[in-house]
Design a protein around this ligand. Sequence first.
Ligand SMILES: Cc1ncc(COP(=O)(O)O)c(C=O)c1O
Length: 400
Amino acid sequence: MNQTISKAENYFLNTYNRYPIVLKSGEGVYLYDDAGKKYLDFAAGIGVFALGYQNKIYNEALKTQIDQLIHTSNLFYNKPSADAAEKFARVSGMEKVFFTNSGTEAIEGAIKIARKYYFNKTGSPEGEIIAMMHSFHGRSMGALAVTGQPKYQEAFGPMMPNIKFAQFNNLASVKEQINEKTCAILMETIQGEGGLYPATADFLIGVKKLCEEHDLLLMLDEIQCGMGRAGEMFAYQTYGVIPDVITAAKALGCGIPVGAFAAKGKAADVLEPGDHGTTYGYNPLAGAAVDVVLDIYEQTELLAHVKKVSYYLEDELNELVSDYSCVKERRGKGLMQALELDRPVKDIIAKTQELGLIIITAGSNVLRFLPPLVIEKKQIDEMISILKSSLDFVYNKDRN
Ligand SMILES: Cc1ncc(COP(=O)(O)O)c(C=O)c1O
């Protein structure tokens, strides 16, 4: 067995079933393993590396910051994180931002805003949050409690109380869960891990209206679908809905671990000194990453590129739905796409890897496509060609 794999298997906690590939380097939208094999990357480290590997401007900005100052703590200010916060507020429409170290921590922060909002209003800490079935918000205990997938919670109870679950894209189901204790509604604008389901416009607009009617905070998890993946900087901007609280991570730092929760209006001043903290959050290296990422998005007009190529990707994936009887449906928005098959996709994933393509799953029957946002049409063609060969091989040309 490959030495790195056997070392990792010996010493890593056994929480992952990893693919038997040791990645060593990257260039543009391609990754290379330790034997020099090339892979077209349609996963981007689960929606993280939006800019493509070895982006010179990004790498230089990080190197400069490393040579200047990597860490300060939050007892002091630093310019990169202040610049990053200003830009983040501008592109998101939020007013105040807290930088975290991961997505799950951003969710923890959003939950704390919701709870404190209710506490300030009523003097009681018992505010209820409505989250969605089949959602995914992370693995820390608060984020797990709002994740609507019992399989992740089962062994780790009791879960944080006062969380209710409604059906995603079913407004009546959300309405049913609202009572006098409800303080917030939390959902992914596009559900990712749970199978890749975009919110319908009627649903998201309806939920926003319910929040206004009942004085609830609308909290949108944009950790996977944000940062340009859906064609606007944040997926809610494609619906014209303005939330009170958002969470972001993944492509926010494009590889440097950083997340954010941000708030506006009545949610922006809920947390006060002493309410929340972190040693690493607002770290200048992470700040420099967010700052340069947002600059590159703007300077390269990346959102316009995403819109253009994603129509092409959608068309190509739709063709697979008509050509292959085993491919049931395409779902998604922008460069966050999925194909649902009528059977498990495990063998397809293995075959695509053998042929030099990396795609991931979103449930056992769903192939998920999250390429770097700089992906070009010719690389979409390359992906489709490998995927077709894999489908033909695994399903013996089981075409329509
Ligand atoms: C929608 C969503 N929320 C939260 C998370 C958790 O983020 P992290 O893995 O950075 O803690 C993820 C991770 O996949 C996610 O997709």
